[in-house]
Design a binder for this molecule. Structure first.
Ligand code: AOF
Ligand code: ZN
Length: 338
């Protein structure tokens, strides 16, 4: 081995992993292949579900130079045949002498690669920079554990908690900077979810627009749930990207349908009825509340009745951060238990 230590190579593998996509059904993984003399002979990262795993990319680059090398991988090499073949076997076939990995694979279908490598005579070490690797895939691991996409509920309200005036008008409670901020956060999710009620009442576009107003190149899926018809002339059909109507009133079923389409991180912009249904079902993971220093005194709240009658049953969330966005305040909180 060269002078560079295992954590240093793993740090390089973590850098590579971070170039992978999120949201995606697969984790972000990086791999570095190092020859016994300390030269890097191959590098790779996973570009998302359906594409080769990080190890395969690195092995392809290395060719014959993989023989006798050490593989530094941020996730335990897989042992299963999913969309692609088992990486543990590919490493053995290529003659890799040693595998150092960071995090064990939390996906039970793919786990077991370490034993498989060991049984084939490869020297295996796990747990190197495991916490750093887990942080890279924190949201992915939560989706695997929950078996459903994560849900972020976004709301905008006045200081007195109103999201619409008494006459039903609701545009615009927050200022332009807050609206631009919403677009940036929408862009980090793979679907925007509303109810048919919101489409009928507000006719939103649900697109991601850049600060200059132009459409972002990649648009999250625009999903509408509910049993009412989505008018073919609704503005959400106007923009590039896909629209899906989830013909159900059950939030869990809607999330299952999205999961099967590969969605893993949902941005919920529903009105009070849908928000209450998703919250009551315990399916909200993150909340972004944009609060305007304004008063309405009457009008609809951001969320309908949650069935809470006593302060002893108050639903408390964990505060993550608070930011001033233009003339408004943004509060990010997370559900501590579901
Ligand atoms: C690895 N290296 O780069 C990744 C792994 O459907 P597949 O074949 O793409 O398998 C997906 C599962 O494989 C995924 O859920 C996770 O457990 C593991 N991902 N494993 O050895 C990689 N991306
Ligand atoms: Zn693999």
């Amino acid at each position: 081995m060269g002078a560079t230590s295992a954590p240093a190579w793993m740090r390089r593998a973590l850098q590579l992993a971070a170039a992978g996509p999120w949201p995606d059904p697969n984790p972000r993984v990086g791999c570095v292949l190092v020859a016994p003399d300390g030269t890097v002979v191959g590098e790779g990262f996973h570009h998302g579900a359906g594409t080769p795993h990080a190890e395969i990319e690195a092995l392809r680059e290395a060719g014959d130079a993989a023989r006798g090398a050490t593989a530094y991988v941020t996730l335990e090499p897989c042992s299963h045949t999913g969309r692609t073949g088992p990486c543990a076997d590919a490493l053995v076939e290529a003659g890799v002498a040693r595998v150092v990995f960071a995090q064990s694979d939390p996906n039970p279908d793919a786990a077991g690669g370490a034993e498989r490598l060991h049984a084939a005579g490869v020297h295996v070490t796990g747990g190197v920079l495991a916490d750093e690797a887990a942080a890279v895939n924190e949201r992915w691991a939560r989706t695997v554990e929950l078996g459903r996409p994560l849900v972020t509920w976004k709301l905008a309200s006045t200081l007195d908690g109103r999201s619409a005036a008494a006459d039903g008008s609701s545009q615009w409670i927050t200022g332009e900077a807050a609206r631009a901020d919403v677009h940036l956060l929408r862009a980090t999710r793979d679907a925007v979810l509303v109810g048919t009620g919101t489409v009928l009442a507000d006719d939103p576009r649900l697109t991601v627009r850049m600060p200059g107003g132009e459409l972002a190149p990649d648009q999250p899926l625009r999903a509408v749930m509910g049993l009412r018809e989505v008018p073919p002339v609704a503005r959400l059909h106007d923009a590039p990207g896909s629209v899906v109507h989830l013909a159900t009133r059950d939030p869990r079923e809607a999330l299952d349908l999205l999961w099967h389409r590969g969605v893993r991180d949902v941005w919920l912009e529903g009105g009070p009825t849908l928000a209450a249904a998703v919250l009551r079902a315990g399916l909200v993971d993150d909340v972004y509340a944009y609060v305007a220093p304004a008063l309405l005194g009457a009008g609809r709240l951001a969320v309908d009745d949650l069935g809470i009658r006593s302060i002893s049953d108050v639903r408390r969330l964990g505060l993550v951060d608070v930011a001033v966005v233009g003339g408004d305040v943004r509060i990010h909180a997370v559900a501590t238990t579901t």
